[in-house]
Design a protein around this ligand. Structure first.
Ligand SMILES: [Fe+2]
Length: 409
């Protein structure tokens, strides 16, 4: 891993082979919008600006409501299927204040459980990924099957009887869709994942992330989650904050925005789009000309979904109001075979990590530092920042108990 943004090198943006006819038509529709924006120097806009009271970023009580009423109740994206391809594969992680373990069970379905031994409440599986046939607590060696069933209590004749149903691991609702793993962090709550994803689901399925190879996952600490999320959702800042990275390939302030219930898609115009302006639509190559970013509420950004290498950034609140934690995952269409392919994947991982750490997250930390000085003011969110407007509107609606589902069409 490098310590600074590596010297810029034209990324090998390579269209994925899975890019099929259905993908291509909807991608061409988006490209037509961006070709028009490029011709006229425009971008997708909301009807109005939005005023967001800065106090809403700073209110720790509101943060606790966001955790309890949103993060602990909705279908939360927590990982990619490619991280757990085989039976017995597991991932233990701390997610928004909860210890969880994901494990692919003997039937191939994914189980999600609270990663806490039912004896003394010790964390059962150490943080990280691996493969296991059973889990044994390091404290007193209580043992659980991969579906969470308690299978072993050492010295049970001296401990006294332990009810297997009552003392198995606490299960959480868990579903996989489009190569993404969703968990509900409150035990006993059901999950309507298809309704929650709505019209975004078929588009996400077309990305084929369920058939990718996991290359790497790196963690990045950041400030308050709403401060951090704002930076993922607009391309207005590219030329000023990223002159030597993102802005070398992307036009600034030029994007197509679509909302799907709480989720969204921001498609940015790459400078490559100029090649296609005079070409007939049939010859356009959207994977070369567009930067595609799907964003699944409340914090998963999927970049490069039409290409050979995709980068999935999962940004979730940390243990306190002031912290967030981002897990940045690189997925490849196929496992790298040659040293050159490995090097190219490492470059992608290094470049994304360093650019986010040294540019976006550094800026967002300075936003955190600045907010308290303006605690009685509003933040003005531009008409050209539809994604930022949409996420704050969605948070408000969820906290008011309103539905945010998109109608299925
Ligand atoms: Fe940025």
């Amino acid at each position: 891993m490098t310590d600074t943004v590596p010297e810029y090198r034209a990324p090998h943006y390579q269209a994925a082979e899975i890019f099929d006819a259905v993908d291509r038509e909807s991608a061409l529709d988006v490209m037509a919008r961006l070709v028009e924006h490029r011709r006229h120097g425009t971008t997708d806009m909301m009807p109005e600006q939005r005023r967001e009271p800065i106090a809403k970023y700073l209110d720790e009580g509101l943060w606790h409501r966001e955790i309890a009423e949103i993060f602990h109740r909705i279908p939360l994206p927590v990982a990619t299927s490619a991280e757990l391809p085989n039976i017995g594969d597991f991932k233990a992680m701390r997610v928004v204040g909860r210890e969880i373990v994901l494990v692919r069970g003997k039937d191939g379905r994914l189980n999600a459980m609270l990663n806490v031994c039912r004896h003394r409440s010790m964390k059962l599986v150490p943080e990280g990924c691996g493969s296991a046939r059973r889990f044994t607590c390091p404290y007193h060696s209580w043992t659980y099957d991969t579906d969470g069933t308690l299978t072993g209590v050492p010295g049970e004749d001296t401990f006294g009887p332990v009810d297997r149903d009552e003392s198995s691991l606490v299960g959480l609702a868990c579903e996989e869709r489009a190569g993404i793993i969703f968990v509900c962090l409150t035990a006993g709550l059901e999950m309507d994942i298809d309704g929650w994803l709505g019209d975004a689901l078929p588009l996400l399925e077309q990305l084929g992330l369920d058939r990718t190879h996991h290359f790497s996952t790196r963690e990045l600490a950041g400030p308050n989650w709403k401060v951090t999320v704002d930076g993922y959702l607009e391309g207005y800042h590219f030329s000023s904050l990223h002159p030597n990275t993102v802005a070398l390939t992307n036009y600034t302030n030029m994007a197509a925005f679509d909302a799907f219930g709480p989720h969204m898609r921001n498609v940015f115009a790459l400078k490559e789009i100029d090649r296609f302006l005079e070409m007939p639509r049939e010859q356009w190559q959207p994977a070369d000309a567009l930067g595609l970013v799907y964003w699944i509420f409340p914090g998963m950004a999927i970049a490069g979904g039409w290409r050979e290498r995709a980068v999935v950034s999962l940004m979730l609140p940390g243990d306190t109001w002031a912290e967030s934690m981002t897990r940045q995952t690189v997925l490849l269409r196929k496992a790298p075979q040659t040293p050159e392919e490995i090097l190219e994947a490492e470059r992608t991982a290094d470049w994304f990590y360093a650019a986010f750490r040294d540019e976006d997250y550094t800026a967002q930390t300075e936003v955190m530092n600045g907010l308290s000085s303006l605690a009685d003011k509003d933040m003005l969110i531009g008409r050209n920042e539809p994604g930022v407007q949409h996420v704050h509107e969605t948070i408000d609606r969820l906290l008011r108990g309103e539905s945010v589902h998109s109608p299925r069409t």
